[in-house]
Design a protein around this ligand. Structure first.
Ligand code: ZN
Length: 379
C-alpha cells in the first residue's frame, strides 16, 4: 500500500524524487508526531480507543484537518492518540523501529528523534524502561535498514513538557542514558506562559554535566522566549526559532538575533509545521512569507525539518522540495542546509567528518538523481 505521505501533491514530482536520493540530516522530528497511520489503527483498535477514523486515508485526512487549525495548542492535542498507544515496551519499540525505516526510505542518514518519556508511563513502565524500549526499537530499525543497504544512525533527544513539573527527572534520565543512544534534552509543549526559565534547575544540571540542549522557542512566543532558551536553557540549538525575525528590522539585527546568528546557533525550522501552528502568521502566513529565506540570506544557520510527519502529512524530502519551489533553491543551497544541520548535530567530530563526506558526495554536481532509493516495499 502506498502511504499518503508519498502522494502529497508536489510542484515538481521529479525534483522531489531527487531530493529523496540526497543524504540528509533530521534534527527536529517528534516520535509521537510521526507514527504510521496503520500502526495507530492497528494498536488503537486493539486497545478499543475511540479513533476519529477507521482507515488510513480517513485518518490522514483527519490529521490534515487538525494540522490546518492554525493553533499550536490544537495541533498538540492531536498527540493524544500517539500517547494513548505508546504505553508498552512492545509498542514503543515498534514505533521507534518504524520511525528509523521511514527516515531511511526518505534518504536520511543521521537523525535525532525527540519524544517525551513522562507521557508514556500510564501502564506501569518506568522512565528507564521506556527509554530502553525506544532504544531497542531504534537499534532494530538501524540493523534492518543496514541489511537493505541503507546506513542510518538515529539517536534520542528526551523531551520534558514545559507545562509539567518533572524536567529535572527527565534531565537526569537523559544524562543516565548518554552511554546508550541519548544525545540531547529538549523542552516542548505550550510555549507561551511556560518559559525555559521555569526549568532552570534542569538546565543547570545539564550544563554541569556538559550535556547538549535544544529548546523549542520562537514558535508560539517571541524574542524573549528565545532569549530565555539561550540564557536559562543554554541551548545549543533553537527549536524552530522563526520568530527571531521579530528582532530584525530590515538588515538591522537586535541583540538576540545578533547572538543567534553570530554564534551560529542552529535554527530547527520546520516550514509546514510553522505554517500550521501559526508561527509565521504575523509574517503573512504562506510559505513564501516564511522568514527562512530572509534568515538564510542574512547568514543564520537555518535547517529544514519535519517536526511531525504524521500530523503534517510530510517528509523531510517533501519539506525541502517545498522550500525549493518557494525560494528557488538549487543543489548548493540544499547542501548548505544539510551541512548546517550536521554542524548542529549532537555527534562527535570524528562522526561529523564521516557524515560530512557522505553529504558532500551525495550533493556533488553530477550525482543528483543517480543514487536511487529502494522501493517503498523494501521498507
Ligand atoms: Zn517540535
Amino acid at each position: 500500500m502506498t502511504s499518503p505521505r508519498e502522494t502529497v501533491p508536489l510542484t515538481d514530482a521529479g525534483e522531489s524524487l531527487r531530493v529523496r536520493d540526497l543524504p540528509k540530516v533530521s534534527l527536529h522530528d517528534h516520535l509521537e508526531g510521526g507514527l504510521r497511520e496503520s500502526t495507530i489503527l492497528e494498536v488503537g483498535q486493539t486497545l478499543g480507543l475511540a479513533l476519529p477514523a477507521g482507515d488510513v486515508e480517513s485518518l490522514s485526512d483527519w490529521f490534515l484537518g487538525v494540522a490546518h487549525s492554525g493553533s499550536l495548542v490544537t495541533f498538540l492535542e492531536s498527540f493524544w492518540m500517539s500517547d494513548a498507544i505508546m504505553q508498552t515496551a512492545d509498542v514503543l519499540s515498534r514505533v521507534a523501529c518504524e520511525y528509523v525505516l521511514d527516515l531511511a526510505f526518505d534518504g536520511v542518514i543521521y537523525g535525532e528523534v525527540r519524544w517525551a518519556p513522562e507521557n508514556k508511563l500510564t501502564k506501569g513502565l518506568t522512565l528507564d524502561e521506556a527509554v530502553e524500549a525506544v532504544q531497542s526499537g531504534l537499534e532494530t530499525g538501524q540493523a534492518m535498514a543496514a541489511k537493505r543497504g541503507h546506513r542510518i544512525v538515529v539517536r534520542q533527544i528526551l523531551t520534558a513538557m514545559r507545562n509539567g513539573t518533572n524536567s529535572v527527572e527527565v534531565a537526569r534520565l537523559a544524562v543516565r542514558w548518554r552511554v546508550r543512544g541519548v544525545v540531547g534534552f529538549d523542552i516542548a509543549g505550550p510555549e507561551s506562559g511556560f518559559p525555559p526559565s521555569l526549568h532552570r534547575e534542569a538546565f543547570d544540571l545539564l550544563a554541569g554535566e556538559l550535556f547538549p540542549v535544544t529548546v523549542h522557542a520562537g514558535e508560539a512566543d517571541g524574542v524573549d522566549s528565545i532569549r530565555s532558551a539561550i540564557v536559562d536553557g543554554r541551548a545549543c540549538r533553537i527549536g524552530h526559532g522563526v520568530r527571531i525575525a521579530e528582532d530584525i528590522k530590515g538588515t538591522e539585527l537586535g541583540p538576540v538575533a545578533r547572538w543567534v546568528r553570530d554564534r551560529g546557533l542552529i535554527l530547527e525550522t520546520s516550514p509546514t509545521s510553522n505554517l500550521q501552528t501559526g508561527a509565521v502568521t504575523s509574517a503573512g502566513g504562506s510559505l513564501n512569507d516564511h522568514p527562512f529565506d530572509r534568515l538564510y540570506r542574512l547568514g543564520f544557520a537555518v535547517t529544514i525539518n519535519t517536526d511531525n510527519r504524521l500530523i503534517s502529512q510530510t517528509t523531510l524530502s517533501h519539506e525541502i522540495a517545498l522550500m525549493c519551489a518557494a525560494f528557488g533553491y538549487g543543489p548548493a543551497d540544499l547542501e548548505r542546509f544539510q551541512l548546517n544541520a550536521l554542524s548542529g548535530a549532537f555527534v562527535d567530530a570524528e562522526e561529523r567528518a564521516e557524515l560530512e563526506a557522505d553529504i558532500r558526495h551525495g550533493h556533488a554536481a553530477g550525482t543528483w538523481g543517480t543514487r536511487r532509493r529502494p522501493d517503498r516495499a523494501a521498507y
